[in-house]
Design a protein around this ligand. Structure first.
Ligand code: FMN
Length: 168
């Protein structure tokens, strides 16, 4: 079984995406890192922010997990800004943290999205797929979800259950 970790990139720690990742965490026992509670600054060419929360998090992931699940709400047809900042900071691993960057090779990546629409526009997954490729990771799967009347609809639960079978 893969040892996975869920990176939650919502602007609402207890919003809709959180509902979805809680369902997945219950099925998999994977821990959740809530980026909203972390101090992760935007990418800086001079790495003046190297003492914020990013490097300890990515080191922990690199050392202890072989599957990273990125969970994001759909904000303006794309991943959330919080998650994009996290991706931008992975560039630190190509410059000042190369050992950690190398450890990402061979790991698996999966994506959970949560929108108000039941479909995603074409291209939503491209940045994940291409980043995985660039980092030498394997993009395993993705699932799109939504919430209705504060709850996870049965159709979505079915999709999430299928998704879980692709990552275990
Ligand atoms: C800034 C913003 C932009 C959004 N853009 C989209 C969008 O492009 N497509 C979509 O389906 N839903 C969009 N939504 C709706 C959210 O994706 C949806 O409500 C989601 O469940 C919110 O998850 P959260 O509670 O984790 O933030 C947007 C919501 C916000 C706040």
């Amino acid at each position: 079984m893969k040892k996975g970790i869920i990176i939650l990139g919502s602007s609402n720690s207890f919003g809709n995406t959180h509902k979805i990742v809680s369902y997945i965490a219950e099925k998999t026992n994977y821990p959740i890192i809530d980026l909203k509670t972390k101090h992760i600054a935007e990418f800086d060419y001079n790495f003046n922010n190297k003492d914020d929360d990013f490097l300890p998090i990515i080191r922990d992931i690199a050392d202890n997990y072989n599957l990273i699940i990125f969970a994001t709400p759909v904000y303006w047809y794309a991943m959330s800004g919080i998650l994009k900042t996290f991706f931008d900071r992975i560039s630190d691993c190509l410059k000042i943290e190369k050992d950690t960057g190398r450890k990402l090779r061979g790991k698996n990546m999966a994506v959970i999205s949560c929108g108000s629409d039941d479909i995603l526009k074409a291209g939503f997954h491209m940045p994940f797929i291409e980043s995985a490729k660039y980092l030498g990771m394997t993009y395993t799967s993705d699932v799109h979800s939504w919430i209705e009347n504060e709850n996870i609809p049965e159709t979505v639960k079915q999709k999430l259950d299928n998704f879980v079978t692709t990552i275990l």
